[in-house]
Design a protein around this ligand. Structure first.
Ligand code: BGC
Length: 823
């Protein structure tokens, strides 16, 4: 069966179309809104399968263009909507919000665009929404076609609702905001200029490339009093009111009369754009905004040919990006995951961190320090320049003692003071991101870049010094067992061992009581050994031998501390609490075993020689693995315990309290693959990866083409039910685990290392990988059914010793054969 036909039409909600790199949704009524992301360079749109969602420029909090009501009833009722009225029928070009259902509906989410195909009353519409490359605008191309035999007159209404820029203020400060909204309408273009009169040098607009019959800019006039977006009065009456918003809630709606002869087709181009103007050039005339930049932008998409060109450029862009890695394995679902959707999600999580999704409101969290560093490992092979810039941005939010702000705001690139730092795993993630970036690109110059600490430009050390201080921060913050102090929390934001909160109005993340000099983390200990070794290797590459030697001693000491105080008999402990008591031990009543320390200690190689690593992973399988993925801990905490913090606040089976927190599952996949147990690693991969879960969409609920942050665990009332889709470290980590550890194609300083750990029954697989100056076609053969072991390499037909493809020797196209043999 070819890739594009597997699963076709087999579920009640949709299917993959791999040829088009699309997920096709066949009903507006998916279990949750199934969304896509538009844009990849500053201007972004979130778009659901019925065109719900919103758009923003750079920062979803400070530059929100359109309004979205989280928590709305019914769900997902703000978006870019097109209403069609013909004879007495009214419907939407995206299936909702009008309640009358079109006869035919389909939504195709693709790489950077979403397309809606609707047919009703012999009128076909095709709406394509996308952000052209490098543009600060969302383009909505609407093609209308009369597929019947009668002459038809259609009344078409566009609709978006402006957000007053600061999304948090927009949703709370009504006493001011209901008075500030301002618009202009000129040549059929609706301009949103709220606060332009004061400190803003930017505005937004919504245009259409054909003459309009009317418009509305005031929500109440368009919808009618006490009515919703499902049945606007203007649409019902077939006539816009030409309203001008003065405060209240400004919107942009164009009204067009479209006449179509039988078989005739018309293309309309709408542009939702964002413009910045120089302060001295703000006004065209008193009170009238300078529209020159808007006109230029509108001009770029004035015809359907311009739009088609931009769409083709976008498709080529994605083909090139995805072309850096391509797998052909005996498992078509793995191919689909890695070749298309996993890489696509990597880009989205890289761009947005954990800021804006249908679960992250865009006003709370900026870019997470640990999250953003980890996201780079799924993206460095795609757009390394952006990864470089991101790492340096993160570096600039590090403090001089090596600690880091937990988050920063993308617009200002400054650390968020309201959340602060003291999440003691944060600093070492920057070693991972930097080392992974250098191994991918060979660009050591990133280490020489001058970066101030916490925005301080008076002292400008280089980026390497930032890594050194990250390393030192762990060494300088050790607890009674010589293990790293946990601070507010480590990777698990909800294991708050120094919080002791009894006040429901207090944040677990920002509250810290006492000296915090007792509670220690085995997760950070494993992380330090793992990335500490990377730091040592980096020092060696740079010829910093003394530093390497000293760092190695610290790493060795930490390994000893883990073996002396972190082994519980059958698995690694999770932590010591503020009273010095064990967490994640067989001695505990609940929370006897946790996933994070098993993943990190084994990835760091601790206990590989003496069998502890194997034992730890066997314990994970026996105690934590479920058909839906690996649970975070067991048994779940049944009651709230202030000495543990937020983790025990969740009902058992959800989130960090024994949920399947997908982000950490790939750590176990890596660990299993390192031990040569590729079959198990792939089994874990399949248990949480969307391509394998098509048969359970109703139960799973979230988008069946991307990872979710969490799947409910065995203790939950709804095991297997996912939440918080899209923005999760699962994407980067699953990609990293599968490509670098299961398939075993691992970039290193000198070249690509080939160390596969695949299911024994796979005869072979082929990866096409662009790496530095060359493009390699790597064929891995497994003729003895071993799955893992030693490899024998042939490069362009010539046998080569070892398992390294030395990149210095190659450019252009090369064919590699790697045969797995007994080690
Ligand atoms: C956060 C991560 C954190 C994880 C586990 C996620 O929501 O973005 O930073 O590591 O939760 O608590």
């Amino acid at each position: 069966m070819s890739e594009s036909t597997i699963d076709a039409h087999t579920t009640e909600f949709g299917y993959f179309d791999d040829q088009q790199k699309e997920y096709v949704i066949t009903t507006p009524f998916t279990p949750t809104p199934w969304i896509n992301y538009l844009g990849n360079d500053g201007f972004y749109g979130l778009i659901s399968n019925t065109a719900g969602g919103y758009s923003f420029y750079q920062d979803p909090k400070f530059r929100r263009l359109t309004r979205y009501r989280y928590n709305s009833v019914p769900v997902d009722t703000s978006g870019r909507y097109f209403y069609l009225k013909c004879d007495d029928h009214i419907w939407s070009a995206s299936g909702r919000p009008v309640q009358q259902q079109p006869e035919k509906y389909e939504c195709r989410h693709g790489m950077g665009y979403s397309r809606f195909l609707v047919s009703h009353q012999e009128i076909d519409s095709e709406l394509t929404c996308f952000v052209p490359l490098g543009e600060k605008a969302e383009v909505h191309r609407l093609i209308l076609k009369n597929s019947g035999e009668r002459h038809r007159k259609i009344s078409l209404f566009s609709y978006i609702e402006w957000c007053l820029w600061n999304a948090e203020d927009d949703g709370s400060n009504f006493q001011r905001n209901l008075s500030t909204g301002e618009v202009e309408v000129e040549d059929g273009v609706i301009y949103h200029k709220t606060e332009f009169r004061e400190r803003r040098n930017h505005y937004a607009f919504y245009s259409v490339n054909q003459p309009i019959s009317g418009f509305d800019t005031d929500r109440e006039c368009f919808l009618g009093p006490y009515r919703g977006v499902e049945n606007p009065v203007s649409v019902e009456q077939g006539k816009a009111t030409n309203s001008h918003a003065h405060g209240w809630s400004p919107i942009a709606s164009h009204h067009l009369e479209v006449e179509l002869a039988p078989g005739e087709e018309r293309t309309l181009v709408f542009v939702l754009g964002y413009c910045e103007v120089a302060k001295e050039n703000k006004w065209q005339s008193p009170g009238i905004i300078n529209k020159a930049p808007a006109r230029e932008m509108i001009n770029r998409y004035k015809s359907q040919y311009d739009v088609q060109k931009a769409l083709t450029a976008l498709a080529t862009h994605w083909d090139t990006l995805l072309g850096n890695f391509r797998l052909n394995s005996p498992d078509p679902k793995l191919n689909r995951s890695l070749n298309i959707w996993n890489q696509y999600q990597n880009m989205v999580t890289f761009n947005l961190s954990r800021s804006a999704s249908f679960y992250e409101s865009g006003i709370g969290r900026g870019m997470g320090f640990r999250d953003s560093n980890q996201d780079t490992i799924g993206f460095a092979h795609m757009v390394p320049e952006k990864v470089r810039e991101r790492i340096l941005d993160l570096s600039a939010t590090q403090k001089s003692d090596g600690s880091a702000y937990h988050q920063y705001q993308p617009l200002t690139k400054k650390g968020n003071a309201n959340i602060g730092g003291n999440f003691n795993d944060d600093p070492m993630w920057m070693v991972l991101s930097t080392v992974n970036y250098i191994k991918e690109t060979g660009d050591f110059s990133i280490l020489d870049e001058k970066v101030g600490f916490d925005g301080d430009v008076s002292e400008e050390p280089n980026h390497f010094e930032h890594l050194r201080r990250a390393f030192e921060h762990v060494v300088n913050n050790l607890g009674p067992h010589g293990l790293p102090l946990i601070g507010r929390a480590d990777w698990n934001d909800c294991l708050n061992l120094n919080c002791f909160s009894e006040d429901p109005n207090e944040s677990y993340q920002t509250t810290q009581r006492g000296k915090s000099d007792v509670a220690e983390s085995l997760m950070i200990a494993g992380q330090f050994v793992l990335y500490g070794q990377d730091f040592v290797q980096l020092c060696i590459q740079l010829g910093k031998r003394d530093l390497a030697h000293n760092a190695q001693q610290q790493v060795d000491k930490m390994r000893e501390a883990v073996l002396a105080h972190g082994w519980d008999g059958q698995w690694f402990l999770r932590a010591y609490n503020a009273k010095g008591e064990k967490i994640g031990s067989h001695e505990n009543k609940e929370g006897k075993i946790f996933i994070e320390s098993q993943g990190f200690c084994v990835m760091a190689g601790i206990g590989i020689k003496d069998g502890k690593a194997r034992q730890a992973l066997d314990s994970v399988e026996q105690r934590l693995a479920t058909p839906h993925g690996i649970m975070l801990n067991q048994p779940a905490f049944s009651t709230y315990d202030k000495h543990l913090g937020e983790i025990s606040s969740y009902p058992p089976g959800y989130k960090e309290n024994a949920g399947i927190f997908c982000h950490n599952n790939p750590w176990i996949m890596v660990a299993e693959a390192m031990l040569g147990r590729g079959e198990k690693a792939l089994e874990y991969f399949a248990s949480i990866s969307p391509a394998y879960l098509q048969h359970m969409q109703q139960q799973h609920k979230t988008e069946p083409y991307v990872y979710s942050q969490m799947i409910a665990g065995n203790d939950a009332a709804t095991p297997g039910q996912a939440k918080n889709s899209w923005l999760t470290g699962t994407a980067a980590w699953c990609y990293y685990a599968a490509t670098q550890y299961i398939l075993g194609i691992k970039p290193d300083y000198a070249g690509l290392i080939i160390t596969p750990s695949i299911p024994a029954h796979w005869p072979s697989f082929v990866v096409s990988r662009r790496f530095r100056k060359a493009h390699y076609c790597i064929e891995v053969n497994n003729p003895y059914g071993l799955g893992a072991g030693k490899v024998q390499l042939e490069i362009d037909g010539k046998a080569v010793a070892g398992n390294l493809i030395d990149y210095a020797q190659f450019s252009g196209e090369h064919h590699i054969t790697a045969t797995i043999v007994q080690s």
